[in-house]
Design a protein. Structure first.
Length: 87
């Protein structure tokens, strides 16, 4: 009975918000979407992921779980990999 209640509750949250469990994707919290928009703009200008990381580090943009940006993380964020939000 409890399993069914929890499954139904998670289903309602997924239907409402699109996801239920796990870490929120980068861009979810206040201030993060501006960084994602900057990443997208730099990528549209033709910069590679490592160069975008260097630029963001130079601008003082902080990632959520590290001290500096890395190209692989930017790749995951922009391409919908683990811990990212596609828009």
């Amino acid at each position: 009975m409890i399993v069914r209640k929890l499954r139904a509750a998670r289903g309602r949250v997924r239907a409402k918000e699109g996801r239920c469990e796990g870490r929120k994707p980068f861009g979810y919290f206040e201030g993060e979407q501006a960084v994602v928009d900057r990443m997208k703009a730099l990528r549209a200008e033709g910069y590679g992921y490592d160069k975008i990381a260097t630029i963001l580090n130079g601008e003082g943009a902080k990632p959520r779980a590290s001290n500096r940006w890395h190209g692989v993380v930017i790749n995951r964020i922009l391409n919908g990999g683990i811990g990212s939000k596609k828009s």
